[in-house]
Design a binder for this molecule. Structure first.
Ligand SMILES: [Zn+2]
Length: 167
């Protein structure tokens, strides 16, 4: 009986899946009506956890790993680009601050700017004449232009990254 039980248990999965012939199915069912041990094995084979255990996990497609690694690499490169631009912006601000003699120069510039804005506001209000043109400083203008350019590149990169993440 033990030998036939082993043969029956080896075919229980196929019986549950309906993959045995009509004749074999009849023989297996006949055995199951007489053998409680094999009936217990059949119940386990037919249960959902048992069915899931026999399925195993599917092999991932070979392209999946490569695509995942490529995507991670692209994100790293994007982060490097963004932080690189941030470093360029900081460097340009530092150059501008150095050119303006540090904090005191920046405060002086802020004071001049406030004076200019005040002059323009009183001109708009009709209380004063057109303010004199601001003394031009080509180096500072160049630094500010570069800063605006780098910042625009930075914003474009960030917006692309944002839209890539949301889509
Ligand atoms: Zn049996």
């Amino acid at each position: 009986m033990a030998g036939s039980c082993l043969a029956v248990r080896a075919q229980l999965e196929a019986l549950v899946d309906g993959e045995v012939s009509e004749r074999t199915a009849r023989l297996l069912r006949t055995h199951l009506t007489q053998c409680p041990e094999c009936r217990a094995h059949y119940a386990a084979a037919a249960s959902l956890p048992g069915r899931l255990r026999t399925l195993g996990s599917p092999e991932p497609p070979p392209a999946l790993l490569a695509a995942t690694l490529r995507e991670v690499g692209r994100e790293r490169a994007g982060a490097l680009q963004i932080w690189g631009l941030f470093a360029a912006e900081v460097a340009l601000v530092l150059i501008a601050a150095w050119y303006l003699s540090g904090l005191s120069g920046l405060l002086e510039l802020a004071g001049h700017t406030a004076g200019d804005v005040g002059g323009w506001l009183s001109w708009f209000g009709g209380q004063a004449a057109v303010p004199a043109p601001v003394a031009d400083d080509l180096f500072l203008l160049l630094i500010c232009g570069l800063l605006v350019l780098v910042t625009l590149c930075h914003l474009v990169l960030l917006s692309r990254r944002g839209s890539a993440h949301t889509s």
